[in-house]
Design a binder for this molecule. Sequence first.
Ligand code: ATP
Ligand code: MG
Length: 215
Amino acid sequence: MSPNLFRAVLMGAPGSGKGTVSSRIVKTFSMKYISSGDLLRSNIEQKTDLGNIADQYIRDGKLVPDIYITKCILSELEKLKSKSWLLDGFPRTLDQADELLHTEPINTVINLDVPFDVIIDRLKSRWVHLPSGRVYNIGFNDPAVPGKDDVTGEPLIQRPDDNPVAVRKRLEVYEACTKPLSTYFKQRGLLVTFSGKTTDEIWPNVKKYLEEKIK
Ligand code: ATP
Ligand code: MG
């Protein structure tokens, strides 16, 4: 990999603030951004084959099987060969991680560590602008006009997988399948963990870390 390129993975439980931290990273350090969740949701919206397969898994809070998601993400990364990027939501299983590291060298894995009770409260009040992935939380990060995206004025929605049953399932899947990845990345000297209750608490530390790492 060229020394000017920087490749980062962002991991953390559902609702840990990956989307919000990502948008700050991308803005501050001008990198390309790929979110597996946003990509799948746009496939569902456009009724692609992948979208049709993924829809029910996502509604149920389950992982989309590795064979579908890995192919999709690696082909997106292939298009960004000469770019720095940030990957959010992939890998989520050991097999996905193996495939990724065999294909692309990674500089760092940023792990967001937020208490589960905070996450559950946050997901209940979450509204999103689907096309951009922008996130609002009613009560502490409200849109300027209720129900409308600040940038485009388009409607906000609640994600179908932000209902209590799917949220519980997503947190279980995270504990069982994705959290073990932190050990995998730690063993490879790639993991840095940032703990806190809010993105505003976590962000300055992420920013400081990346400023050191990227210069
Ligand atoms: P949040 O967006 O709050 O961080 P999340 O991490 O659960 O929560 P997304 O990353 O948007 O949400 O993913 C939504 C759903 O898309 C997941 O629950 C899963 O069904 C599917 N998905 C996303 N990435 C993957 C992946 N790498 N492997 C398998 N399924 C995935
Ligand atoms: Mg997300």
